[in-house]
Design a protein around this ligand. Structure first.
Ligand code: SF4
Ligand code: F3S
Length: 104
């Protein structure tokens, strides 16, 4: 599966949802997640994210993010259509420690 990681937080560009063939993105207030049981590993979303927040879970060190994606995908609503990024997306892009400060 692919997973959404830290830098999506408070950017939420949503380019990823447009290209997913199985519509497996779910939306929180500041962040999106991928449902790990629905993702077919096609990889097309990864290069679409302007924040480079999407990664294959085969990369080392992503256990925390895999858990977060799995946990929230079961309670947040499905998102299938691109919308405006968050107003602060540009300023927030690349900021460290977003999970600790802003995750929701
Ligand atoms: Fe959707 Fe493919 Fe990205 Fe998985 S890898 S979330 S199936 S676009
Ligand atoms: Fe987030 Fe990137 Fe999608 S910022 S909403 S993972 S395009």
């Amino acid at each position: 599966t692919y997973v959404v990681t830290d830098n999506c937080i408070r950017c939420k560009y949503t380019d990823c949802v447009e290209v997913c063939p199985v519509d497996c993105f779910y939306e929180g207030e500041n962040f999106l997640v991928i449902h790990p049981d629905e993702c077919i590993d096609c990889g097309v979303c990864e290069p679409e994210c302007p924040a480079e927040a999407i990664k294959p879970d085969t990369e080392p060190g992503l256990d925390k993010w895999l858990k977060i994606n799995a946990e929230y995908a079961s309670s947040w609503p499905n998102i299938t259509v691109k919308k405006e990024p968050m107003a602060e997306a540009k300023e927030m892009d690349g900021q460290p420690g977003k999970f600790e400060k802003y995750f929701s």
